[in-house]
Ligand binder design. Structure first.
Ligand code: PRP
Ligand code: MN
Ligand code: MG
Length: 186
């Protein structure tokens, strides 16, 4: 692919591959939440912004009150591995008690961010709590975390684009790629 960013080693998922998978997840959610009164999609910033944006457009629930909320959490900072320390930078704007909730995440690696988050959200008594994650590094998991909707399982490579960053860069790329080692190893 001639249009790849020069710091991308290989293309992992093209814009079209992502689009197709996100459409499928949207259809699954549409089917599973028929009859839901109130569904809140919670995007975890910043990584999930692009996935969230495409996913909500693939959900078709005209008889459900569908709302969006966001939370900002960080565990990585400028490092390539999770610190395990999860910091809440911005909390939800609305209460989730009694509502169906889907947490939308770009990636689950160690699972620490999502596990911590699910415990926190569960304590707020939603009617149901599920997760939709675009990418999962199966070999990276340090804790068990339930993922209801999964886009792709990926190997232990440093992945960027489609919302995912390295030190805040590359989030804008429309595809998912592997970052060249020389860009993060010194
Ligand atoms: C990344 C990613 C997930 C989390 C996954 O976020 O977006 O939220 O780390 O890692 P874990 O499973 O090992 O906990 P990051 O903290 O880099 O913040 P960002 O979304 O703003 O990039
Ligand atoms: Mn994140
Ligand atoms: Mg990050």
């Amino acid at each position: 692919n001639t249009n790849l960013h020069p710091n991308v080693k290989t293309l992992l998922f093209s814009e079209n591959e992502i689009k197709e998978r996100v459409q499928q997840i949207g259809r699954e959610i549409t089917k599973d939440y028929q009859g839901s009164k109130e569904l809140v999609l919670i995007g975890i910033l910043k990584g999930s912004f692009m996935f969230m944006s495409d996913l909500v457009r693939a959900i078709d629930l005209p008889d459900t009150l569908v709302t969006l909320d966001f939370m900002s959490i960080s565990s990585y900072g400028a490092s390539t591995t999770s610190s395990g320390v999860v910091k809440i930078n911005m909390d939800l704007k609305e209460a989730i008690e009694g509502k169906d909730v889907i947490v939308v995440e770009d990636i689950v690696d160690s699972g620490l961010t999502l596990k911590h988050l699910l415990e926190l959200l569960q304590s707020r008594k939603p009617k149901s709590l599920a997760t939709s994650v675009l990418l999962r590094k199966k070999e990276g998991l340090k804790v068990e975390v339930p993922v209801k909707y999964i886009g792709f399982d990926i190997p232990m490579v440093f992945i960027i684009g489609y919302g995912l960053d390295f030190a805040e860069r590359y989030r804008e790329l429309p595809y998912l790629g592997e970052l060249k080692e020389e860009c993060y190893k010194h």
